[in-house]
Write a protein that binds this ligand. Structure first.
Ligand SMILES: [Zn+2]
Ligand SMILES: [Zn+2]
Length: 84
C-alpha cells in the first residue's frame, strides 16, 4: 500500500501527492488533508483533530479476530449491500 493509500484509508480524504519525477513517480510524499478537520502531521504520523468524524476506528472481528475498520467490516463476513 502506498503512503497515499495509507493516509486515505485513515480518513484523510483530501490527501494528495506532492510532486512527481520525470517518470511520474511521486517524489515528495503526500500532503495530508482532511475535509472535516485541520489534519496535522506530528513526527511523521498523520493525525486528525480531536473529535473529527473522519477518524477511523478499528475493531476486532468477532468471527476471526482480525483488526478491521469499524465502518468497513471484515472480509470474512458478508454484508447486505443495502445495510447502512
Ligand atoms: Zn480529520
Ligand atoms: Zn473476520
Amino acid at each position: 500500500m502506498s503512503l497515499l493509500e495509507t493516509v486515505l484509508s485513515q480518513g484523510f480524504d483530501r490527501s494528495e501527492p506532492i510532486g512527481r519525477d520525470e517518470l511520474g513517480r511521486f517524489t515528495k510524499g503526500v500532503r495530508v488533508r482532511c475535509s472535516q478537520c485541520e489534519a496535522l502531521v506530528i513526527s511523521g504520523v498523520a493525525a486528525h483533530e480531536t473529535g473529527c468524524p473522519n477518524v477511523v476506528r478499528y475493531v476486532d472481528c468477532f468471527e476471526c479476530g482480525c483488526e478491521v475498520r469499524a465502518d468497513v467490516g471484515c472480509d470474512c463476513q458478508s454484508f447486505d449491500e443495502e445495510a447502512e
